[in-house]
Design a protein around this ligand. Structure first.
Ligand SMILES: Nc1nc2c(ncn2[C@@H]2O[C@H](COP(=O)(O)OP(=O)(O)OP(=O)(O)O)[C@@H](O)[C@H]2O)c(=O)[nH]1
Ligand SMILES: [Mg+2]
Length: 192
């Protein structure tokens, strides 16, 4: 069974723990309890095969920067969360994206399995993003979902789509690698 290591990142109080706990345990809590770092495991079926999702729920507060560095390095895929009632939480994702790009050594975030999550979609009047919001800029081409941990909207989809994005990117990478390897073999001359 393959393990897919997913990391949940975003500013404080956007709902990272709530989304994770809703997905793993099916429950939701109104009270706010800031996270240091928590790990969860859940089996999930992707393309007809069972995989183990190992989810790390991170801290939103900046003091945990060193923890964030190592968890990004060890993760395969990233769920980036902001809150639809708080515009600054969207901007807070930009340095996180830069960290992921630096640590994973890529100049394009689309080459990394990432899913952007606008959480608290249940908050109708408090919402500050337009109803047809589509992220652009660094998030252009990145899959975007609106979720509610409270009302259980889009939660399964967020984790399963992200795991599928990881598996698809992995398959493409492996096929490309195989092709290159085949060419390598063909180009080699035999020294007698
Ligand atoms: N209305 C609403 N409230 C939510 C939702 N998700 C989380 N909350 C509330 O938002 C607050 C913060 O949620 P957490 O899940 O603890 O946020 P977090 O991102 O893990 O915060 P840190 O661990 O400090 O980084 C809590 O009071 C939750 O009940 C949601 O979808 N809708
Ligand atoms: Mg938390």
């Amino acid at each position: 069974m393959r393990s897919i290591r997913i990391c949940v990142l975003g500013a404080g109080a956007v709902g990272k723990s709530s989304i994770t706990v809703r997905f793993v345990h099916g429950s939701f809590y109104e009270n706010y309890d800031p996270t240091i770092e928590d790990s969860f495991t859940k089996l999930a079926e992707i393309d007809g095969k069972t995989h183990r999702l190992q989810i790390t729920d991170t801290a939103g507060v900046e003091q945990m920067m060193t923890l964030r560095e190592s968890v990004i390095r060890e993760s395969h895929a990233f769920l980036l969360v902001f809150a639809l009632d708080n515009p600054s939480t969207f901007n807070d994702l930009l340095p996180i994206v830069e960290d992921i790009k630096r640590i994973k050594d890529t100049d394009g975030i689309r080459r990394i399995p990432v899913l952007l999550c606008g959480n608290k979609v249940d908050l109708g009047f408090e919402r500050v993003f337009p109803s047809n919001f589509q992220p652009s800029g660094v998030f252009k081409g990145v899959k975007y979902l609106e979720t509610s941990a409270k009302l259980k909207i889009g939660i399964e989809e967020a984790f399963l789509d992200l795991a599928k994005i990881y598996m698809d990117q992995r398959r493409v990478r492996r096929e490309r690698h195989k092709q290159l390897h085949r060419h390598d073999k063909r180009d080699k001359c035999v020294l007698m």
